[in-house]
Each structure stands twice: as C-alpha cells, then as structure tokens.
Design a protein around this ligand. Structure first.
Ligand code: GCV
Length: 682
C-alpha cells in the first residue's frame, strides 16, 4: 500500500494550527461537545468525518447521540416540501447536494441541513473549511447550492497502470491490467473529491486501449463495482470511457456500426450487466473519430448517430452518454486550407438539436488543445439544443507538467466568465453549461485529473491547488481564484497570515509568468513533440497534427480571420468583428487570430518581436522572483513540502531559461532583428 499525504484533509497537520489557532480551538472546544445525526441517515461517512475533524484538528471528542441536544453539531435531513423551522427556501433543497449551515443561538448549536445525505456530507466539508478559516461560528448562516449538475473528473489512466499525460506517478486505479487493491487510498480519494463537491469520476483513459475495452465485461465488472462501492458514500458516481469499436474488440461482432441492430443489442446487454453490478453507474465517456480512435465516421454515420445509439442503451437505466467534441482530422502541413481550430464547430454545430436528451457534448475550453491561452471555443452559445459540458485540463500537459508552478484557476475563471455575446442575451459559458440558459436537462464541468500515486498526489505540492480549485469552481463558478487559493493554503500548508499571503500571491502570478516565458500572445504549440514539456519552436511545424505557426523571416501566425481560414466567423458577430481586426483583437490572443510581421507595432508602441523578447526576459526574471519568494519560506512551512517545492523550482528555472533562450534565439535567427536592449540572444 502506498503512503500518501491527505492534502487539505490532513487535520492533524501542525502547520495549519499556528498563531491564533490555540485560542480559536479553545473557543470551539468549549462550545461544541455533541454530535447529532438525523436517525434516518445511513451514511456513516458524515459522522466519521466530523468526529475525525474535531478530534484531529481541535482535539475534541464529539459525543454522538440520536437525540437533539445543545452545544452540538446537528446534521438534519429535510424534505424540500416540508416547512422547515429555520425558513430556508424549498427551491434550494430541490437541487441535489445543496445545504444550509446555521448557528442556532437557542441551542448554541451549528446545524447542517440538507435534503440528501450527500448534501449533508458537502455541508460537513464546508463547515470544516469555515472552521479552518477561523470563522466566528456564532455568525454562521450560509446556503450553498451547486451551480453545475455534473462535476466530473476524467482520469486518463490506462490499465497497465500508466497515466496518459500523468505527472504524479502511476494510476491509483489500475496496475498490470488489474484493478488495484489499494481500497484505502481510493476511500481518501473519494473524501478529497467530495470535499470540493465533485460528484462523478471517469476512471479510465478516453483512449481506450489494451485491456480497457473489457472493463465493461464480466471479466472486470466485479472489480469496477468494488470501486463504485467505495465512492458511493461520497456522492460520487462512477463512469467509464468506452471504445466505439468495443462490439468488435470485446465482443464477437464484425461491425460497430451504430445503426446495425446487433450492435445496439450488444451495447444494451453490456449496459444491463453494468447496472446489475453498479445500480448508480453514471454512464459512458467517448472519444470517437479522433487521434486514431474509431467512431461513427468509420461507418459513414454522424457523431449524433453514434452518440444516440449509446445514449439509448444507457437511457432506460438513467445513464448519461458524454460525447467529446475533440474531433479533428490529421492533416498534411503543406495544406494551408485546413485549420484544425475550426474542426469541432464544423463537425458539431450542424448537429445541434440531433442529440438525445441524455447526451452531453463535452467541449474543450478552446478550439485546439489546452494551450496556455486560447480563445474560448465558439461552440459555447451555438449549440442551444444540445446539453453541453466544459472540459478543462487540471493535468498541466502544456502548462509545465507539475514541474513548473502554474495555478490555473485564473485561466478557468476567464473561460467561465466569457460571454459569447449572443444578440440580445446576456449569458456566460458558466450559465450555458449549467443548462439554465436554454433549459437543458444536463450539463456541467469536467476536467482531466492531475493525480497519481505520488506521495503528494499531484507531483508538485502546489498543483494540489489546481485539483482543489477545479472542484470549487465547478461547484461555484462565482468564486474568485484568490479566495480558492486561500482556502487551499489554509487547509494544506499554513494558517500564518504572512505565509498564506505569500503562497497565494505565488499561485496567482504563476499562470501569467508561465505564459510569458513560453508562448505569449496566443501563439501556443512550441512544445517538444510527444512529451509536450520544454521548447521546440518547430517541433510540430512539419507534422500531421494541424498546430502550425508558419513562421518565416518576415511574419508569424495563422490568419484565422474572415480573410484567412474563416475561423472567426464561428463566433457571434460581435466577437467575430473584434477578433477580425488587429486593432480590436485582444493582444494576449493576437497571434492566435492574426499573421503578423515581426515589425507590427503593438499598443505599447513597441514591435511584436520586441514584445516577444521582453516577455521572455521578464517572464524568466519573474519566475526567479517566485523561486526566491518560495525560498524565503524556509523554516516556516513543513520541511518536506518546502524542500520538494524548492526542487521543482530549480527545475522550473532551467525550463524557463531554456524557453527564454530557445524562443528568443529562434525569432532572432528567423527575423535578424536584434533586441533593442542588447540582451543576449544566441
Ligand atoms: C487522451 C491531446 C493529448 C492526448 C489526449 C488528447 C485528448 O492530444 O496530447 O494525450 O489523449 O489530447 O484530449 O483526447
């Protein structure tokens, strides 16, 4: 069994109990002695978590009783229709997972009320968060309702135990084509997910290869069900990625044509077996017709025909079919008429209205692939008759691979707040995916996981903050990245205000700094092919992957305007117009939309190339400042965390220096234009 940290649920961590903690703990200890759990509650995780927290954090042994008492933490189940004595809106309780936390002066107790056991559990974790913030408990009065119905983690874990784009060790679920026996770790995984409100997990890679197509067969179902059993008390439904070709790969059919009756029957049988083993099974996630994965296009069928066939097999059992919009064709780099950025919209927009009501289209945040900055996918807002989900990547595939510090909540927040500017309608990506804009029955947020079997789960200790932040934003997209970062630090690293402020500031700067020393202004794609870490300016330039910048001696970038590939026309008029013009296009995306000469004058009066040089020199210096800021925390935080993060910063420094020098030298050699400030170019 692995040894591992409990991240933000390590209640005995001494570093989060300093300064004013002792007097706060004394107040809490004096105020609460009892625990009342509604007798109808079956889920023991609720009481266990509260007792554990009080014991380990405050040193208080709560006494559980089935009678209402004073000086207690009370967990009460309510029915949305019941006139509840503390006057909470019925509407709130109709949304699964909602809860109320309130201090009740008469009984000197804190009450958590929810309509479901999962809601109570979420309330418990929220109360823990509030205690970690040392809130005045006599003032507690909050209502919480999850914004997104589905808050899903996607693991890209393979059955051999490897993790595609995994930077934190091997899979916590699989090893040697078997499901792992480390049930304890999976229990703590469930606690960590539930503590931030995540309610679904897809445990296997969307590239369903090796033995993975057999996960839905009797060979593995018992073991898959064992994982679902562990996660159930934490309100987490299990999902599986499936290969569209499964009837051929794992069955004995010679076709996977979605319109062939025997194919449908085969899936119906598998689904029936799955629900017999896992009654609350969530559903399937499918990557089809993409990067060598088969799909309905193999049979001349549309994406909707493929998705609906699977959705109809799942539907009678209450399952959801999540279909990824990450579909594009491999291309010849010589062919400038194809623009991969257009692919998802070109393939899916015309299918709006054709997907069944239990299908959700899972759309990556940008049109390409999780670059440090991309415009928001134009599909958000253009699929009014289709359930949609936003797909983010918590794993830092293109953003430093959990070696470089890159807190992504600020990026996600910009995406969630993006308004596609539908004429006459004020909406945001966040309201669209929730489903409320066009009354869609399903929707939510998904993210590619960044965890593995490393001691600290995420490779870089501070990358835990991304995992945490995804859950918090999926629950409440109105939270700001700073608040989330503070919560995470308070639960994980320190409660000393000066340290909290320092780590929060490191986190908040890190994305922009990473962008500066890698590929600012929306350029993207200068990563080393295959690994995607470190610079390789032309690594993808002459490849099949459709991610070109087409730099020559005069200019760089792809013209995606109406005069170029026409990608901008996929947006509503207002954005199309803004992006089409060099003058109005946001500069942080200008090289995504425009092909520009190196001598193009940017708003600060300097040329594009000078801005590129400056960004890299400044980005590197800023990275060094972050490193020094971290080093100044020595002796104030856990020595293991300090040391391991310091080691990551050493590697990040090498990486940032490499990016600075390779990219700057590349542009210098291409353009022949020196740096105005005479800094070294190679
Ligand atoms: C799971 C990118 C990654 C692949 C990943 C793919 C996807 O291309 O590099 O590793 O495959 O995205 O999202 O399906």
């Amino acid at each position: 069994m692995d040894k591992y940290s409990l991240c933000w649920l390590d209640y005995s961590n001494p570093y989060i109990k300093r300064k004013t903690f002792a007097s706060y703990a004394q107040q809490v200890g004096a105020a609460f002695t009892n625990l009342f759990i509604d007798p109808s509650v079956k889920n023991t995780a609720i009481a266990n978590e509260l007792k554990r927290f009080f014991a380990e954090y405050f040193g208080v042994a709560l006494v559980q009783s089935s009678k209402l008492s004073e000086s207690a933490i009370l967990c009460t189940l309510v029915s949305p229709d019941q006139q509840f004595h503390v006057d909470v809106e019925a509407e709130l309780f109709r949304v699964e997972g909602s809860f109320v936390i309130r201090y009740m002066a008469e009984s000197r107790s804190v009450m958590i009320a929810a309509a479901s056991e999962t809601g109570l559990l979420y309330g418990v974790f929220h109360l823990i968060r509030l205690f970690q913030q040392q809130r005045d408990f006599t003032l507690l009065d909050c209502k919480e309702m999850p914004h997104n119905p589905l808050r899903l983690i996607n693991h890209w874990d393979n059955m051999d135990g490897s993790v595609e784009r995994g930077y934190a060790g091997r899979s916590i679920f699989f090893e040697n084509d078997k499901i792992t026996a480390d049930k304890k770790r999976i229990t703590d995984y469930g606690r960590l997910l539930a503590s931030v409100g995540i309610n679904g997990t897809v445990i296997n890679n969307v590239n369903v290869k090796g033995r993975a197509p057999f996960l839905i067969t009797s060979e593995y179902l018992k073991d898959v069900a064992a994982i679902a059993d562990i996660l159930r008390p934490y309100g987490i439904r299990l999902y599986l990625s499936v290969n569209f070709m499964s009837p051929v790969l794992a069955g004995n059919l010679d076709t996977a044509d979605p319109l062939a009756p025997e194919v449908f029957r085969w899936w119906q049988d598998r689904v029936r077996d799955i629900y017999a083993a896992i009654p609350d099974f969530g559903g399937f996630l499918v990557k089809a017709d993409s990067e060598y994965n088969p799909g309905p296009h193999n049979y001349g069928r549309s994406q909707a025909e493929g998705a609906n066939m699977l959705a109809r097999a799942l539907g009678p059992h209450g399952g959801t079919l999540i279909w990824r919009a990450f579909v594009y064709k491999l291309q010849d780099w010589r062919d400038t008429s194809i623009d991969r950025a257009r692919a998802a919209y070109d393939i899916f927009q015309c299918l709006d209205g054709q997907f069944d009501s239990n299908v959700i289209l899972q759309i990556k945040n940008g049109p390409l692939d999780f670059q440090v900055r991309e415009p928001v996918s134009p599909l958000f807002g253009k699929m009014q008759h289709t359930n949609q989900m936003l797909e983010l990547q918590v794993a830092q595939e293109y953003t430093g691979q959990q070696i470089d510090l890159c807190y992504l909540a600020p990026q996600w927040k910009e995406i969630l707040d993006f308004d596609p500017r539908i004429p006459g309608k004020k909406v945001t990506v966040s309201s669209i995916i929730k489903g409320s804009v066009w009354n869609r029955p399903r929707g939510g947020m998904a993210a590619v996981s960044n965890i593995g079997r490393d001691y600290n789960w995420t490779g870089h200790w501070l990358a835990q903050a991304n995992w945490y932040a995804f859950g918090r934003l999926a629950w409440d997209p109105s939270l700001n990245p700073e608040t989330i970062a503070r919560e995470w630090v308070l639960g994980s690293l320190s409660n000393d205000e000066s340290i909290v402020a320092s780590v929060v500031s490191l986190l908040l700067q890190s994305w922009q700094i990473y962008e500066q020393y890698t590929t600012p202004f929306g350029l993207g794609w200068m990563v080393t092919p295959g690994t995607h870490y470190g610079p390789s300016p032309e690594g993808y330039e002459y490849s099949i992957w459709g991610t070109y910048h087409r730099a020559d001696t005069k200019a760089i970038g792809v013209d995606r305007t109406k005069n170029g590939t026409g990608y901008t026309a996929q947006y509503y008029e207002e954005w199309a117009h803004i992006y089409d013009s060099r003058d109005t296009c946001p500069e942080n995306l200008i090289l995504f939309f425009h092909r520009l000469p190196y001598t193009y004058r940017m708003k600060n009066g300097k040329t594009l190339i000078q801005n590129y040089y400056d960004a890299h020199f400044k980005g590197y210096e800023a990275m060094r400042e972050m490193q020094n800021q971290w080093l100044s925390l020595k002796d104030s935080i856990d020595p293991q965390v300090y040391q391991e993060v310091a080691e990551r910063f050493t590697k990040q420094e090498e990486n940032a220096r490499q990016w600075r020098d390779v990219i700057n030298s590349y542009f210098y050699r291409k353009s022949g234009i020196p740096d105005e400030e005479g800094r070294t170019l190679y």
